[in-house]
Design a protein around this ligand. Structure first.
Ligand SMILES: Nc1ncnc2c1ncn2[C@@H]1O[C@H](COP(=O)(O)OP(=O)(O)O)[C@@H](O)[C@H]1O
Ligand SMILES: [Mg+2]
Length: 225
């Protein structure tokens, strides 16, 4: 069973009077088959938590465990390979390549990660559910914020990662789209046994979450409902 775990994770930025404790000792686990939602106001440490969880930055203290193995023991190319093959990031800046069409954003994934990406039929289904099939010939500059957000979601899903880590993935979406995206994340978690972790202040995603946590001032707690 795939899982990602934080143990006593702390993250401190800066030093002296500029010191900021972004994460103050986080214990947290995300499991395959579940959508885990971490809610919190701006500045509460959501993006810091998500990037540490996916190995994009290192904690100041504590451990990140993937299926019980320490992620911070992986460095250099091994860490890059791990992220490439197992983690799908949906980041706030959608990071689409400006001079590539939407279709070619996905073709690029095939070039970087040559095996294990989604079969065409499955991916078509996801494109339909995200409502972006008609956008394939367009360039990022011709997309609305919501469209580019949905393309970024599709790109992360296309690589078929075990762990899908999303930072405010619905900020630019209207409520109907939020429901669609929430349902898609939950379907993928359940049917494909993926672990989906979403950090957000968007309460609309609660409807499709299996576990809900609250992050306040770098401290996390599980909330019921
Ligand atoms: N690279 C950084 N350097 C200095 N401070 C940072 C850095 N990244 C985040 N912080 C600080 O850590 C705290 C949490 O930030 P962040 O994780 O971005 O919160 P959120 O995503 O919930 O808005 C904030 O006070 C922020 O200013
Ligand atoms: Mg953030």
């Amino acid at each position: 069973m795939e899982n990602l775990e934080l143990k006593q994770v702390k993250k401190v930025f800066g030093s002296g009077s500029n010191q900021v404790t972004a994460l103050a000792g986080i214990n947290f686990q995300a499991k395959a088959g579940e959508v885990t939602l971490i809610l919190g106001p701006s500045g509460s440490g959501k993006s810091t938590l998500l990037t540490i969880l996916g190995g994009l930055q290192q904690p100041s203290a504590g451990e990140v465990l993937v299926n019980g193995q320490k992620l911070n023991e992986l460095t250099g190319p091994a860490a890059d390979q791990f992220r490439l093959n197992h983690i799908g990031f949906i980041l706030q800046a959608h990071n689409l390549v400006p001079h590539l069409t939407v279709q070619d954003q996905f073709t690029l994934v095939d070039k970087v990660k040559t095996a294990g990406n989604l079969p065409a039929a499955t991916f078509d289904q996801y494109l339909g559910q995200l409502g972006i099939q008609d956008l394939l010939p367009k360039f990022p500059q011709d997309l609305s914020g919501g469209q580019s957000q949905r393309v970024a979601i599709a790109r992360a899903l296309y690589a078929n990662p075990d762990f899908i880590l999303a930072d405010e993935p619905t900020a630019a979406l209207d409520s109907q789209r939020v429901t669609e995206v929430g349902k898609l994340f939950q379907k993928i978690a359940q049917q494909e046994q993926k672990a989906v972790v979403i950090v957000t202040h968007d309460l609309r995603l609660k409807a499709n979450a299996d576990k809900i946590y609250q992050l306040i001032d770098g401290q996390i707690k599980e909330v019921s409902e």
